[in-house]
Design a protein. Structure first.
Length: 137
């Protein structure tokens, strides 16, 4: 069965949207098979966001991701990688489709990094890599 890494970012936790995000995942029929609340450290985030190193939003992104607790989970289901990206909506929450987490619950706040509530792996390779970073056991 396919698995993906989902993160509820610090803005989602701050706004008490943990239940809302999990409910949307479960209503779509996907299963949460591992879950923890944590403070992500620089080393973890450096690995997780390695593809964005050098981009103008890289440092703000890491700083934002360390600004409060996050929830990390492994979600399982047939085609869940694609399916969760659909539930999350596109990167810019201002223009993300209504009906998605980002579109319904987020909006660009004018910060240097877009705060968009959730992360979801974008391919099987990313999912395997990211799950190993957040759930090494
Ligand atoms: P996604 O989270 O939709 O996979 P991504 O992997 O391209 O998007 O970028 C990681 C995060 O970085 C994203 O969720 C929000 C932020 N971000 C991406 N592009 C940005 C940009 N052009 N300006 C500001 N923040 C950005
Ligand atoms: Mg991404």
């Amino acid at each position: 069965m396919e698995q993906t890494l989902v993160l509820i970012k610090p803005d989602g936790v701050r706004r008490n949207l943990v239940g809302e995000v999990i409910a949307r995942i479960e209503r779509k029929s996907y299963r949460v098979v591992a879950l923890k609340m944590m403070h992500a450290d620089l080393e973890t985030l450096g690995k997780h966001y390695a593809e964005h190193l050098g981009k103008p939003f890289y440092e703000p992104l890491l700083e934002f991701m360390m600004s409060g607790p996050i929830v990390a989970m492994v979600v399982e289901g047939h085609r869940v990688i694609e399916g969760f990206r659909k539930i999350a909506g596109t990167t810019d929450p201002t223009t993300a489709e209504l009906g998605t987490i980002r579109g319904d619950l987020g909006a660009d706040q004018g910060t240097r990094v877009v705060q968009n509530l959730v992360h979801g792996s974008d391919s099987p390779e990313s999912a395997a890599r990211e799950i190993a970073i957040f759930f090494p056991n």
